[in-house]
Write a protein that binds this ligand. Structure first.
Ligand code: NAD
Length: 438
């Protein structure tokens, strides 16, 4: 089967590479010439574990290629996937569908035979019908179907998630489109991963409902964590006790500095907006958005307490700035709220992140970058763990404490414990939802 993939970001590139690994012929398109030049040289423009090797393998096998020319990519394709960005539209929280509609129009103008246009981007309910209208208007004679195929992969584990999904959701309006989609995902049917076929609207809604639910779960435990800090309970024990209940489950119950990333913030905003537009306010989702902002602000207050009430003149080391480990993605990372607030209040901020520097250099002006956690801690007044990269999980805390001007550790991912910090010689340790000491 010949497939074209529009957009070579985190979702488009991983999907394109994995489809080619299924044995399909895939052409990936991007309008960013820098990305296409890199891909043509065999370089991967994003950091995603395992992606470089899988890409190389499939390019060598002749099943995967890259181009900036959409018309060339879709020639002869039976399915064209739209995997472009759907960021928050300025001002009203709605998903910005400009890129999706532009791609749909381009496909319609370039296509000359039956094709299934599959929206992989996360788009609000009703969008696929709009895509159909846009395409019909651009090319009234074209024979085509639309399909909704939202993506659930997680950055940092994207290949595994794509190859072994909990489920694949496919929204269609015709048998013909359903058959094309079944053919594309056949390798997964054979391995017995569930493929759920729905109508267009349900497929679109599943993606937002799932993300809003996960964001709610994280935010719930973050709010409970705040209460634990006041009452002496330990949120790690509380989460464990909750998570052992099969109806709740232990995933997404790790308290932290607030959710960020390329999906939860924008998708919760877009869902809340959709609710407002339809006269069905989604109070829970709206509360989650507001509480998550409070959580991030609370982190700044916590750090301020650890700096004796002022950041001015303090040297603060930050370990991790990406929104989670194993990705270089900085979109809406808690670091983007916390670090500028420290810099703006007169702190000297040093940052260490295994993959975040390329993006972070533009986004976090006024900080000093270090490759090494220990250098970051040298003569610092406070060290903050913001992202739980593996390399920060087994630090020599004694060595860190010795190097610091005032050995104080803010562990915003609950990697260590009061006992670890005391044993290492820290004079202050704070984490999330557990009693610390100053
Ligand atoms: P991204 O910003 O990393 O990539 C989008 C790419 O599309 C860019 O490279 C851009 O240049 C390209 N593009 C835009 N318009 C184009 C056009 N007309 N022709 C060709 N290329 C074009 O975005 P992403 O993180 O991959 O997300 C894509 C979509 O998938 C979004 O809707 C997102 O919500 C959804 N999603 C993302 C994730 C994730 O973890 N990142 C997971 C699930 C779903």
């Amino acid at each position: 089967m010949k497939i074209a993939m529009i957009g070579t970001g985190y979702v488009g590139l991983v999907s394109g590479v994995c489809f080619s690994d299924f044995g399909h012929d895939v052409v990936c398109v991007d309008k960013d010439p820098r990305k296409i030049e890199m891909l043509e040289r065999g370089e991967v423009p994003i950091f995603e574990p395992g992606l470089d090797a899988l890409l190389e393998k499939n390019v060598e096998a002749g099943r995967l290629s890259f181009t900036g020319d959409l018309a060339q990519a879709i020639e002869g394709a039976e399915a064209v996937f739209i995997a472009v960005g759907t960021p928050t539209r300025r001002g009203d929280g709605h998903a910005d569908l400009t890129y999706v509609m532009a791609a749909a129009e381009e496909i319609a103008r370039a296509a000359s035979q039956y094709v299934v246009v599959v929206t992989k981007s996360t788009v609000p309910v009703g969008t696929n019908r709009q895509v159909k209208q846009v395409m019909k208007k651009a090319n009234p004679d074209l024979d085509f179907d639309v399909a909704s195929n939202p993506e659930f992969l997680r950055e940092g584990a994207a290949i595994e998630d794509f190859m072994k999904p909990d489920r694949v959701v496919v929204g269609v309006q015709s048998e013909r489109a359903a058959d094309v989609m079944a053919e594309i995902y056949r390798p997964l049917y054979l391995r017995e991963f569930p493929i759920l076929t729905t109508d267009l609207e349900s497929a679109e809604m599943i993606k937002y409902a799932a993300n809003a639910f996960l964001a709610t779960k994280i935010t719930f435990i973050n709010e409970i964590a705040a209460l634990c800090e006041r009452t002496g309970a330990d949120v790690k024990q509380v989460a464990q006790g909750m998570g052992l209940d099969g109806r709740i489950g232990n995933k997404f119950l790790h308290a932290g500095p607030g959710y960020g990333g390329s999906c939860f913030p924008k998708d919760t905003r877009a869902l809340a907006r959709t609710g407002q537009e339809h006269g069905v306010p989604l109070h829970i989702t709206e509360a989650v958005i507001a509480v998550n902002e409070d959580v991030k602000r609370r982190m700044i207050d916590k750090l301020l307490d650890m700096c004796d009430g002022t950041f001015n003149g303090k040297t603060i080391g930050i370990l991790g700035v990406t929104f989670k480990p194993n990705t270089d993605d900085m979109r809406e990372a808690p670091a983007l709220t916390i670090v500028p607030s420290l810099v703006g209040s007169g702190a000297k901020v040093r940052v260490c992140d295994p993959q975040g520097r390329r993006e972070g250099e533009h986004l976090l002006p006024g900080v000093q970058w270090h490759d090494d956690a220990y250098k970051c801690a040298n003569n610092a007044d406070l060290l903050v763990i913001l992202t739980e990269w593996n390399e920060f999980r087994a630090l020599d805390l004694k060595r860190i404490a010795r190097k610091m001007a005032t050995p104080r550790l803010a562990d915003l991912r609950n990697i260590y414990s009061v006992k670890d910090a005391k044993r290492a010689g820290f004079e202050a340790y704070e984490s999330i939802g557990r009693l610390g000491f100053i």
